[in-house]
Design a protein around this ligand. Structure first.
Ligand SMILES: [Zn+2]
Length: 248
């Protein structure tokens, strides 16, 4: 790959995040030359994609079907009153472009099918899985494992959330952890603060993975139960008989 160098304007933009204890110049250059897939871009994926675009990830691909509805606006930070009733993806993509002209934004107006997820996984360097339902989360997990692309799985409920970071073939995948999908209610309760917190931490993990700076949280699940004020980090073990990752 011929790596693109950053312009003087870009170095000025990222001046606060390049230096000791943050990103190296090589790390920032790696970000510019990398691609991330974020699906969906609601409560968690919205702030995640915003952080990645603002951090200087060269290409951010977002995918989310449907139109914005009023109850989304307690947490979907890429939305606004004027977009209620409109399809999310084009508006959210435009907002991300308005926040960083140096980042390329690709907006897909639906949730990827099995084939699309597999194709997208091969085009990117990291996947941020932020859908509410397990069917989509498992689809993205399969695409990540098959392509060897690192996966960050974000989930939320109420004032709680979880973050799982998968290095396919080396650490536990989502299916190792959840052999059977748990019950799911489309209109589950959620408070915007936890959505943005989980999304921002997902972006931070992606930034470390893409830049090569810092220590990614591979093989762990971070459980944030803000309602009960309890935070736990669980070391995950691979299941040798996991149908998804046993052969990789
Ligand atoms: Zn597995």
């Amino acid at each position: 790959m011929n790596a693109s160098e950053l312009t003087t304007e870009e170095w000025e933009r990222y001046a606060r995040q390049v230096g000791p204890g943050v990103l190296s110049r090589e790390g920032q250059t790696r970000l510019k030359n990398s691609a991330a897939l974020v699906t969906r871009v609601g409560g968690m994926g919205g702030p995640a994609s915003l952080c990645l675009a603002m951090a200087g990830v060269g290409r951010v691909i977002i995918a989310h079907g449907g139109s914005l509805i009023s109850p989304d606006l307690n947490r979907q930070v890429l939305g606004c009153e004027g977009v209620v009733g409109e399809p999310r993806a084009p508006h959210f993509g435009e907002y991300l472009r308005s926040m960083n002209r140096f980042a390329e934004i690709e907006a897909i107006d639906h949730e990827p099918s099995d084939e699309e997820a597999a194709e997208l996984a091969r085009r990117v360097d990291v996947i941020l899985s932020c859908p509410p339902g397990f069917e989509e989360r498992m689809r993205l997990n399969r695409a990540a494992v098959e392509s060897g692309t690192p996966l960050i799985d974000a989930a939320q409920w109420g004032m709680s959330g979880t973050l799982i970071v998968v290095d396919p073939g080396r650490t536990a995948c989502l299916e190792c952890l959840y052999p059977e999908p748990p019950p799911f209610d489309e209109m589950f309760p959620v408070v915007g603060g936890i959505s943005s917190a989980i999304g921002a931490f997902a972006a931070l993990e992606a930034t470390k993975i893409l830049s090569g700076n810092g220590q990614p949280m591979y093989g762990k699940m971070w459980v944030i139960d803000s309602f009960a004020d309890q935070n736990t980090v669980v070391e995950l073990q691979r299941r040798p008989d996991c149908p998804c990752c046993k052969n990789c």
